[in-house]
Design a protein around this ligand. Structure first.
Ligand code: PGA
Length: 243
């Protein structure tokens, strides 16, 4: 489904859907697993979830979260790390138990990486799989850090960042040369296994990528296009997709 609306309305709508899903699980004494994204795109959604926590008693006590990705080799205290981002925008303001938060570690020794990534996949599966996955999209069609060339069968792994990804991150890092070269990301298979997906794409600079993802060929050159094979994706955009 494609929804065209303002960024604010998308954030509110998705936050309400998450609210309802958390509440429904809580009433059955069950937990829910959210797959979370970073970047500028989901910030309004996190603000909205914090507001619902403060003003509508939304509790995250039965919530587990798995983040899509993290820069490899970047100190987790660094202000550009996704650990920092998630705590700053969401986790520090809600009542989620600390032990329910999973973000790929940036600091795993190379020899332990393979086992670490398999462990990340296992943790998701053992808890029952991701119920709701939040996604942004890169200008090159990446989701998570599944850059062009990522296979539909890929799982959590270390990847090399694409030139465009580094260029887009350069201003925040104070220059291209300071952007980490690698990251750990959930794979396409991990993402495709989520039961429900919201993909948000805001701004004209995302239009080309999202149009190709929805209407173009399914190709590993544009990993978001694989979502055409998923039967429960809501594409939330703030422009007219047909223009
Ligand atoms: P952005 O990044 O939300 O900062 O635009 C999205 C992405 O690259 O996946």
């Amino acid at each position: 489904m494609i929804l065209e609306d303002t960024k604010d309305n998308h954030a509110k709508l998705i936050a309400f859907q998450i609210f309802d899903a958390i509440e429904a699980k809580r009433q059955n004494n069950e937990h829910i697993i959210l797959g979370l994204a970073t970047g500028s795109t989901p910030i309004l959604l996190y603000q909205e979830l914090v507001r619902l926590h403060n003003e509508a008693n939304l509790s995250f006590e039965n919530v587990y979260t798995f983040n899509l990705d993290e820069y490899y080799g970047l100190n987790e205290q660094h202000c550009e790390s996704y650990h920092y981002f998630m705590h700053h925008h969401l986790f520090d303001h809600i009542d989620i138990p600390k032990e329910n938060i999973f973000i790929p570690s940036s600091e795993v020794e190379p020899i332990f990486l393979k086992d670490y990534c398999i462990g990340y996949e296992k943790a998701i599966q053992e808890l029952g799989g991701i119920d709701i996955q939040i996604l942004g999209i890169g200008r090159n069609g990446h989701i998570g850090f599944n850059e062009p060339g990522s296979s539909v069968a890929s799982i959590t792994r270390k990847v090399k960042l694409h030139d465009w990804t580094k260029r887009d991150a350069a201003p925040s890092f104070g220059g291209y040369d300071y952007v980490p070269t690698h990251a750990i990301t959930m794979g396409m298979k991990t993402i495709m296994s989520a039961k429900q997906i919201y993909l948000m794409a805001f701004g004209e600079n995302k239009k080309q990528a999202i149009k190709q993802a929805i209407l173009g060929d399914i190709t590993d050159e544009l990993p978001a296009s694989f979502l055409q094979h998923h039967d429960n994706v809501t594409y939330c955009v703030d422009f007219n997709i047909k223009n």
